[in-house]
Design a binder for this molecule. Structure first.
Ligand code: UDX
Length: 432
C-alpha cells in the first residue's frame, strides 16, 4: 500500500518508519528541509530508542522516502496528518495552524477515495470541520488518534494497545483502508474501536487527562504524606494492588512534563469552556496546579536543606529531560527546577545522557557537564529524571566526590537504603 505521512516530528517520523517496516511504501513529508535531509540520511532528528535502526532498514529496503514536496503524496491511498498542535500563544487552547496548513497543502494532491487520516491531538470538533473542507475533493476523513509514549514510540506504534477509528461520511471506505494499513496489528488481535469523529478526538484528550489526573492524585497524596510522616511510595504500592486502581502512573515525584500532558489538559479546559461545559473539567486546573507545586516543593526543600540560602552553593542536577530515554525538554520539570535554582543564585551543574544539547539551546546560561563534573564538590544532589545512568550510580563513589552527601530523590527512584548505608542524608518526595 502506498501511504503518505505529513509532519515528520516525534509522531510522524516514527509512524512513517514503522509503516514502512511492515511493508507499506511510505513517503514522509515535512516543510522543514533540514529535518527531511537528516531523515533521508537515516538519522533521527531526536533521540528515540530503536528509531535509527528502523529508519536505516526502511530506507535501505526502498519502502521509505522523505520529501518537502506535497506533490509526492499523490497516489497514496491513505495520507496521515501527524503535525504538531502546540499550546497557543495565549497559553490556552491548541494552535491548529499546522493542521490547517498541512490539510491545505495536501488537498490539491488527493484523489477521490483517498483517506486522509488525522493523527494529531486536536480539540473535539476539529475533525468535523476538516471533513467539510475535504468533502469536495471526494477524499474521506478518518480520525485515528495515536497513544505513543516517547521512549517507547517504536514499540507503541508497531504494537498499540488499541486502534481507534473515528469515521463519518465514507465510513466503510475509511475502515477498510485503515484495516489494510494496520493488518499486522489486527492480525495480532489488537482491539479496534470504530466510532464517530468526536469520540475519537475525545478518546485521546481524555486518556491524557486521566493519566495527568492519576499522577497529580498521587502527588497530592505526597503533599499529605509530607506533613503526616506517611510514605507515598508504600501508599502507592498498597492502593495500586487494587486492580481497579492499578500501580502504573502512580509514581509521585516532580510531576509530569513533556509535549503532551501539560498542554493537552490546558487545551481540553479551554475547549470545554468554549463548549459551555467548562465546569465538567474544571478539576484539571487543580491537576495542573498540584503538578506545578511539586516543582516549588523541590526548590523550597533544596533551599531549606542549604540553610535557607542557595547563593553560591553547588547543586548537582541529575537529569534535564522530561522523562528518561528521551532528549525532550519541553515543559520539563527537571529543567524548570534547575533554572529556578540557578536564578536564585545557586551554582547549578546539570547533566543528562541525551538532552544537554536541547537544554543548552533553551537555557544558555545554565552550566552542563558530566555526572562526575556535576557531583564534584556538590553541596546537594537532585535526582530529577530517573535515567538508569543515574539510578545505577554507586552511592559510595558519589559520596567520595561531593562536598556534602545530601540528596533529594525527585523521582523516588534511587535505591534509598543503599544510599543511606553509604552515609547519604536521603530525602524522597512524599516520604520522610
Ligand atoms: C504521554 C502519554 O502517555 C501518551 O499516551 C500520549 O500519546 C502522549 O503523552 P509521553 O508524554 O511520552 O506520553 O510520556 P509519559 O510516559 O506519559 O510521561 C509523561 C510525564 O509524566 C513524564 O514527565 C513522566 O515523568 C511523568 N510521570 C509518569 C510521573 O510523574 N509519574 C508517573 O507515575 C508516570
Amino acid at each position: 500500500m502506498k501511504l503518505s505521512v505529513i509532519g515528520c516530528g516525534y509522531l510522524g517520523a516514527v509512524h512513517a518508519a514503522a509503516m514502512a517496516s511492515i511493508g507499506h511504501s511510505v513517503v514522509g513529508i515535512d516543510v522543514d528541509a533540514d529535518k527531511i535531509a537528516l531523515l533521508n540520511s537515516g538519522r533521527a532528528p531526536f533521540f528515540e530508542p530503536g528509531l535509527t535502526e528502523l529508519l536505516t532498514e526502511a530506507l535501505a529496503s526502498g519502502n521509505l522516502t522523505f520529501s518537502t514536496d506535497f506533490a509526492d503524496a499523490a497516489g497514496a491511498e491513505a495520507h496521515f496528518v501527524a503535525v504538531g498542535t502546540p499550546q497557543s500563544k495565549d497559553g490556552l487552547g491548541a494552535d491548529l495552524r499546522y493542521v490547517n496548513a498541512a490539510v491545505d497543502a495536501l488537498l490539491p494532491h488527493v484523489a477521490p477515495g483517498d483517506v486522509i487520516v488525522g493523527k494529531s491531538t486536536v480539540p473535539v470538533g476539529t475533525a468535523e470541520g476538516l471533513a467539510q473542507r475535504i468533502d469536495p475533493t471526494g477524499a474521506v476523513l478518518a480520525w485515528n488518534p495515536e497513544f505513543l509514549r516517547e521512549g517507547f514510540a517504536v514499540e507503541d506504534t508497531l504494537r498499540p494497545d488499541r486502534l481507534v477509528y473515528g469515521v463519518g461520511a465514507g465510513a466503510e471506505r475509511a475502515e477498510s483502508v485503515l484495516d489494510a494499513v494496520y493488518h499486522v496489528a489486527l492480525d495480532a488481535n489488537t482491539p479496534k474501536i470504530v466510532t464517530g469523529y468526536a469520540t475519537a478526538e475525545l478518546v485521546k484528550v481524555s486518556a491524557n487527562a486521566f493519566l495527568a489526573t492519576k499522577i497529580s492524585f498521587i502527588n497530592a497524596m505526597a503533599e499529605i504524606s509530607e506533613v503526616t510522616g506517611a510514605d507515598v511510595t508504600a501508599l502507592a504500592d498498597a492502593i495500586g494492588m487494587d486492580a481497579r486502581i492499578g500501580r502504573r502512573f502512580l509514581n509521585a515525584g516532580v510531576g509530569f512534563g513533556g509535549g503532551c500532558l501539560p498542554k493537552d489538559i490546558r487545551a481540553f479546559r479551554a475547549r470545554a469552556e468554549e463548549l459551555g461545559v467548562g465546569h465538567s473539567v474544571a478539576f484539571l486546573e487543580e491537576v495542573d496546579a498540584i503538578n506545578l507545586r511539586r516543582r516549588d516543593r523541590v526548590v523550597d526543600l533544596t533551599t531549606a536543606l542549604l540553610d535557607g540560602d542557595v547563593t553560591g552553593r553547588k547543586v548537582a542536577v541529575l537529569g534535564v529531560a522530561f522523562k528518561p530515554n528521551s532528549d525532550d525538554i519541553r515543559d520539563s520539570p527537571a529543567l524548570d527546577i534547575a533554572s529556578r535554582l540557578a536564578a536564585l543564585g545557586a551554582n547549578v551543574v546539570a547533566t543528562d545522557p541525551e538532552a544537554i544539547a536541547n537544554a543548552r539551546r533553551m537555557e544558555p546560561d545554565l552550566t552542563f557537564g558530566t555526572i562526575e563534573e556535576a557531583l564534584t564538590d556538590a553541596d546537594i544532589v537532585l535526582l530529577l529524571t530517573e535515567w538508569k545512568d543515574f539510578t545505577g550510580i554507586d552511592p559510595v563513589w558519589a559520596a567520595s566526590l561531593v562536598k556534602t552527601p545530601l540528596v533529594i530523590d525527585g523521582r523516588n527512584a534511587l535505591p534509598h537504603t543503599q544510599w543511606i548505608d553509604a552515609m547519604w542524608e536521603y530525602h524522597g518526595l512524599g516520604r520522610r
